[in-house]
Design a protein around this ligand. Sequence first.
Ligand code: NAP
Length: 305
Amino acid sequence: MSITWHILGAGSLGTLWATRLARAGVPVRLILRDKTRLASYQAGPGLTLVEHGIAHTYPVIAETSDSPEPIQRLLVACKAYDAQGAVAQLQHRLAPDAELILLQNGLGSQDAVAAQLPLARCIFASSTEGAFRDGDWRVVFAGHGYTWLGDVGHPTPPLWLEDLHAAGIPHDWSTDILTRLWRKLALNCAINPLTVLYQCRNGGLQAHACEVATLCAELSELLECCGQPAAAQDLHSEVTRVIEATAANYSSMYQDVANARRTEISYLLGYACQAAARHQLNLPHLQQLQVRLVEQLRVRGLPQD
Ligand code: NAP
């Protein structure tokens, strides 16, 4: 019997992972926010995954952080701004050599969690899979993609990648996971904030090509300065390609703002601007972008961090 996967956060990605692992017979337990959420979950039949329009429900066992069992493997599926606090609530249950898989977008939250748990193995993930909740405990698998996993400290892949294989979760072990995360962060910084400011789909940025190009030049300079030259390579052409390929889509940040949800700005554009400040780099367009985005969030009454 393989080790139980504890899944912290039964949102979009947490459910996407939990249901596929459970479907493959891998032992899974959900850790929910509190007793109220647990009662709501237990009043229903389980977690539902909608794939290709067909819904399947899996009766995955759930608990809160108060349960006594030790945790050996933890998939952290919260938003970046919740990850550190949510893991702290579980710290007393983590085995000394526990393994954590961190699914958060952007950068900053992974280091914060790792610093909190110096003995644990923290594996960073970068995913192009897409999912959204269309009801409580119900998730739609919207975009098939890939997940790269890597460990900044230890290049050896863990044996449990077998579980992901069995569950049909497309993945690869990456020895340059930080480069992947930086690249994704740069793509996000070049596209997402502008879609909020111009209130447009990704394709709407074709009308702001000069601004996008200037941001890409500054982001490339930042990546080089942060020791990530591979993440800087051909950034502008990839951004242009993504804008074209996803022209009809609304960015995740656009959707967060449109639905009055907190954004992950501090782990994306905010992280980039902080890194620039640390390196005493003057990136006026990127910094101005952050000022404009924060102002937009303030006007809409949303958290500015
Ligand atoms: P989400 O749907 O908002 O799910 C986050 C879940 O975390 C929620 O269910 C929330 O509980 C739970 N949570 C927060 N604090 C908790 C705590 N203390 N204890 C237990 N549960 C807690 O978010 P998501 O879309 O899955 O995103 C997760 C991360 O993956 C983000 O960093 C995101 O950028 C990244 N990502 C997402 C996608 C995607 O397609 N969704 C793709 C790639 C990357 P409640 O339900 O009680 O609020």
